[in-house]
Design a protein around this ligand. Structure first.
Ligand SMILES: Nc1ncnc2c1ncn2[C@@H]1O[C@H](COP(=O)(O)OP(=O)(O)O)[C@@H](O)[C@H]1O
Ligand SMILES: O=c1ccn([C@@H]2O[C@H](COP(=O)(O)OP(=O)(O)O)[C@@H](O)[C@H]2O)c(=O)[nH]1
Ligand SMILES: [Mg+2]
Length: 231
C-alpha cells in the first residue's frame, strides 16, 4: 500500500491571473501554464492525487473518463461512492439519501472514509477524486485522514445556465437532477465550494478550465496538464 512520505508543494508555474467577485469578496484565479519540468514524477510508493472540482453538470465525470482512458488514472467519484452506499443498504444509507435529495453535503467523515477505502484497495497510485472536496471542512478532513494534499486540482468553470441545462438532460434517474434540487446544489456550491477553489488557487495548484464547448474541445485543454505523465 502507498503512503506519502513528504508532500509535493508547488507543481506548476503561473503566468496569468484573473480577478472575480464572489459573495462580496474579490478572488484571484490563476490561469495555469504547465510544462513537463513542473509535473512531479509520480512513483508507486506514493499516491498522485488530482481533485476534480466544478459545479453540478460542469462535466467533471465526463472529463474524468477521458483522463482515465488517456493517462491511466483510477476514477473515484465521491457522488458515485455515496450512491453505492445507499444502494448497498448501509447504516448511513438513509442519511446520505436525504442529504443528496436536499442538495446538501454528506458529513466529511463518511465521504473521506469511503474515498480512503477505495484508494487503499486499489493497485493504482494515480487517482482522480471527482466532486470532492465540496467544502473547506471536506478538504481539511481529507488532509487529516489521508495525510496529504492533492498534487493537481482541476476546476471546470461553467456558467450556471449551461450547468442547469446539462443536469436536466442527464437522464440517469438521479433523485437530485430536478430543478428544485439543482437550485439548492448551486447555492451550496457558491457558498461552500468557492472557498476550496480559492484555497487551491492561493496555493498555486488550481487549473481553471473553461467548461463550455464540446467534450473533445474541453479535453484538449485538460490533456496538456497531464501530458508529462505516462499511462
Ligand atoms: N462539454 C459538454 N457539452 C455538453 N454536454 C456535456 C458536456 N460534458 C458533459 N456533458 C453532459 O452533461 C451532463 C453532465 O455531465 P457530467 O460529466 O455528469 O457532469 P458533472 O459530473 O460535473 O455533474 C451529462 O449528461 C454529460 O453527458
Ligand atoms: O463529496 C461529496 C460528493 C457528493 N456529495 C453529495 O452527492 C451529490 C451528488 O454529487 P455528484 O458529485 O455525483 O454530483 P455532480 O456534481 O457530479 O452532479 C451532491 O450534490 C452532494 O449531495 C457529497 O455530499 N459529498
Ligand atoms: Mg459527476
Amino acid at each position: 500500500m502507498w503512503r506519502r512520505v513528504a508532500s509535493v508543494s508547488h507543481l506548476f508555474s503561473h503566468s496569468k491571473s484573473t480577478k472575480f467577485n464572489q459573495g462580496g469578496s474579490t478572488f484571484k484565479i490563476w490561469e495555469t501554464i504547465t510544462s513537463e519540468s513542473e509535473i512531479p514524477t509520480p512513483s508507486k510508493g506514493s499516491p498522485f492525487i488530482t481533485f476534480v472540482l466544478g459545479g453540478p453538470g460542469s462535466g467533471k465525470g465526463t472529463q474524468c473518463a477521458k483522463i482515465v482512458e488517456a493517462f491511466g488514472f483510477t476514477h473515484i467519484s465521491a457522488g458515485d461512492l455515496l450512491r453505492r452506499e445507499i444502494a448497498s443498504g448501509s447504516a448511513y444509507g438513509s442519511v446520505i439519501l436525504s442529504t443528496i435529495r436536499e442538495g446538501k453535503i454528506v458529513p466529511s467523515q463518511v465521504t473521506v472514509q469511503l474515498i480512503q477505502k477505495e484508494m487503499e484497495s486499489s493497485d493504482n497510485y494515480k487517482f482522480l477524486i471527482d466532486g470532492f472536496p465540496r467544502s473547506e471542512e471536506n478538504r481539511k478532513a481529507f488532509e487529516q485522514t489521508i495525510g496529504t494534499e492533492p498534487d493537481v486540482v482541476l476546476f471546470f468553470d461553467c456558467p450556471e445556465q449551461e450547468m442547469v441545462k446539462r443536469v436536466l438532460n442527464r437522464n440517469q434517474g438521479r433523485v437530485d437532477d430536478n430543478i428544485d434540487t439543482i437550485k439548492k446544489r448551486l447555492e451550496i456550491f457558491d457558498e461552500l465550494n468557492w472557498p476550496v477553489i480559492n484555497y487551491y488557487s492561493l496555493r498555486g495548484k488550481l487549473n481553471k478550465i473553461n467548461a463550455v464547448g464540446t467534450v473533445d474541445e474541453i479535453f484538449e485543454k485538460v490533456r496538456p496538464i497531464f501530458a508529462p505523465l505516462s499511462k
